[in-house]
Write a protein that binds this ligand. Structure first.
Ligand code: THG
Length: 367
């Protein structure tokens, strides 16, 4: 691969200096920002993530802030998930759809207060949609991208590392909830969440100036825990069935196709964007859905385009993420599969970029 040329458009993060000092070897672009993809190798990083603790620069999970009297109303207009029971201090994984029910993003909504929310976005320019709706409906709400950059601490030793930097009380944070914790006299949102199934936290670093001091404090405090710089791991997240917007789903897919129907309360989310379309798809049911795919044979090449899933000469789906799993000793993959072939155990063929492979559709992911 040729290099990616740096420029102002390709934003660095408050942690890039630490990431580069730690020897980052690959970057991708996410929300117009650098996102590391591996440090030692994807496989070495994977083993270390499952055994120890890593600090991840996920500043590319940008925040869309809603502030003002209509913030809660706007947030409920944006998602079919029922937010009525959501108290401040909670995080919700929320599908966001357009007027046809197509997925625009799958962010984490963070409720700071009734009149203040962060939408922690996946890789699409969601703020334009949010601003368009707010201005079209003349809502009394300010929308912007604040100087807030998530730093994730992931892996089985996360609690021990975080307790050293933020105090023992971080151990009491429950899954998808957050508390306010002090670092160098500043109060930061610390949530138990993150893009891995290994457990951990996300610190929403408010103020870029705190980026490197916090990065360094975590690295120093975790020396004897073998803390390392890491990043969302392409093997671990497929094992865990964590979806990637733009890869595993696009605006061509409904939440129900993505297996996110459990986050849609379309009957009660009155007035949300795409409600009529979603009521239809919820009633009829999807005709294709995300599945785990077990691809046989040796390690597959990187999945940088959709690979057709075939049954005989008929295309019945596509694989959108795949990687060799050292723990499961097979290629783990995520794909969209038509109803006729989505039952557990169905044999199919995947046309990878290096030729066809036998594969099996699975109901459940591996983790
Ligand atoms: N954390 C934060 N922001 C993010 C991500 C994140 N923005 C971008 C991207 N990741 C959004 N996508 C996801 C996908 C999955 C999850 C979170 C964000 C996730 N899913 C859990 C699961 O599927 O097991 C839990 C979902 C639930 O039960 O609520 O964590 O990672 N800040």
């Amino acid at each position: 691969m040729p290099l990616i040329s740096p420029s102002r458009r390709l934003r660095r993060t408050p942690f890039s200096e630490g990431v580069e000092a730690a020897g980052v070897k690959g970057y991708t672009v996410y929300n117009h920002m650098l996102l590391p993809t591996f440090f030692a190798s994807v496989e070495e990083d994977y083993h270390h993530l499952k055994e120890a603790v890593q600090v991840w620069d996920v500043a590319c999970e940008r925040q869309v802030e809603l502030r003002g009297p209509d913030a809660a109303r706007l947030m409920q207009m944006l998602t079919p998930r029922d937010l009525r029971g959501m108290l401040p201090g909670r995080c919700f994984y929320v599908p966001i759809v357009d007027e046809t029910g197509g997925m625009l993003n799958d962010p984490v909504a963070v409720k700071l207060a009734e009149d203040r929310w962060w939408i922690s976005i996946a890789d699409s320019d969601l703020m334009f949609w949010v601003k368009g709706i707010a201005s079209g409906y003349r809502l009394d709400v300010l929308i912007d991208e604040p100087d807030v950059s998530p730093l994730a601490v992931q892996g089985p030793r996360s609690d021990d590392l975080m307790a050293r930097v933020f105090g023992e009380a971080v151990r009491d944070i429950k899954f998808f909830r957050f508390g306010m914790f002090d670092f160098q006299g500043r109060s930061l949102v610390v949530a138990r969440s993150g893009y891995s199934k290994q457990g951990g936290f996300e610190i929403y670093v408010e103020g870029s100036d705190l980026g490197m001091p916090l990065w360094n404090a975590l690295m120093e405090a975790g020396r004897d825990l073998d803390v390392r710089a890491g990043c969302p791991n392409g093997i671990e997240r497929v094992e865990g069935g964590l979806l990637s917007y733009g890869n595993d789903m696009t605006d061509d897919n409904t939440p129900h196709e993505c297996g996110l129907g459990r986050f849609c309360d379309t009957q009660t989310a009155i007035g949300c964007m795409g409600r009529d379309a979603l009521l239809r798809v919820a009633k009829e049911g999807p005709v294709q859905q995300i599945r785990a795919i077990d691809i046989g044979g040796a390690a597959v090449p990187p999945c940088d385009r959709a690979w057709p899933i075939m049954s005989g000469t008929k295309k019945i789906g596509q694989v959108t993420s795949a990687a060799w799993s050292p723990d499961f000793k097979t290629n783990v993959a995520i794909g969209m599969v038509r109803m006729t072939h989505w039952d557990d155990g169905t044999s199919v063929r995947v046309e990878t970029s290096q030729g066809p492979r036998d594969a099996v559709v699975r109901e459940a992911f591996w983790a």
